[in-house]
Design a protein around this ligand. Structure first.
Ligand code: CP
Ligand code: NVA
Length: 304
């Protein structure tokens, strides 16, 4: 595994390998066992959008692995003034051992990987959020003990989270159902991928239908970063696309709830459901650290 650009690139075995290592690193972290596998290495972290979890978990994770991380904001980098990504990639490859990038277009991430000579990790694009979904899968397995036979349901915008959850959920063997408004469906490329899984994948615009008998419920913000100008329009389009008591009533009695955060109470999720499942949601946030450490070891560590 050279990069982590999108879930579509990973095989089921690669996903499970990352999750197994993440579990091990979490256990060792809790038990004071240190691993300086990335001693002397530097990860550059390019942020063209805001972040709390991604920045802090990558920076801390890199430190725990014995390396260091550099926060590179587009407000300071020449990339923010128009320096081509091809040149940025070739320059940074001469200083760094890996790049994490959070940006708008998926192509920018793919180009960094194409023109650079060091591993690239996608820290979120408009198309996908693979680091988040690896942490989500880790959390599901932690709470449910398996993937096979589970139904994952996502309610809301067919955005980067929806795209990555569909691919990740299906690849590890879950049934995946999506409820999103007709004008806000997941990417065509992802729907094409999901077609290959037959009736393991379903999509509707009725949240109650998608949530029926679900073991894990996901949602995400109605307005993602970069779409702020559409906020009011989206509040109307997504009305009803909410995880609330009615949704919980049709899901399995022991259904868990996940949210990548930040969450908007009383929009995509009620305060009541959020707080009732806060334990699972904040474990999910913690697992960003462990899952990303596993990814960094896989792409930047000693190659097998
Ligand atoms: N979930 C997530 O990626 O959070 P941040 O935007 O805070 O990094
Ligand atoms: N869909 C959200 C996820 C944030 C982690 C966004 O892109 O803003």
């Amino acid at each position: 595994m050279k990069h982590l650009l999108k879930m579509l690139d990973l095989s089921k075995e690669e996903i499970l390998d990352i999750l197994n290592l993440a579990d091990q690193l979490k256990y060792e972290n809790k038990n004071g066992i240190e691993h300086h596998i990335l001693k002397g290495k530097t990860l550059g972290m390019i942020f063209q959008k805001s972040s709390t979890r991604t920045r802090v978990s990558f920076e801390t994770g890199m430190y725990q692995l014995g390396g260091q991380a550099l926060f590179l904001s587009n407000r300071d980098l020449q990339i923010g003034r128009g320096e081509p990504v091809q040149d940025t990639a070739r320059v940074l490859s001469r200083y760094l051992d890996g790049i994490m990038i959070r940006t708008f277009e998926q192509k920018e991430v793919e180009d960094l990987a194409k023109y650079g000579s060091i591993p690239v990790i996608n820290g979120l694009t408009d198309f996908c959020h693979p680091c988040q979904v690896l942490a989500d899968l880790m959390t599901i397995r932690e709470f449910k003990g398996r993937f096979e036979g589970l139904k994952m349901c996502y309610i809301g915008d067919g955005n980067n989270m929806a795209n990555s959850l569909i691919v990740g959920g299906l690849k590890v063997g879950m049934e995946v159902s999506i409820a999103c408004p007709k004008d806000y469906q997941p990417a065509a490329e992802v729907l094409e991928f999901a077609k290959g899984y037959g009736d393991k994948f379903s999509m509707t615009d009725v949240p109650l239908e998608a949530a029926k008998d679900a073991d894990v419920l996901f949602t995400d913000v109605w307005t993602s970063m970069g779409e702020e100008a559409e906020t009011e329009k989206r509040k109307i389009a997504f009305k009803g696309y909410q995880i609330n008591d009615d949704i919980m009533a049709v899901a399995k009695a022991d259904a868990m709830v996940q949210h990548c955060l930040p969450a908007h109470r009383e929009e995509e999720i009620t305060e009541k459901v959020f707080e009732a499942h806060a334990n699972e949601i904040f474990e999910e946030a913690e697992n960003r650290l462990h899952a990303q450490k596993a990814v960094m070891v896989k792409v930047m560590g000693p190659q097998e």
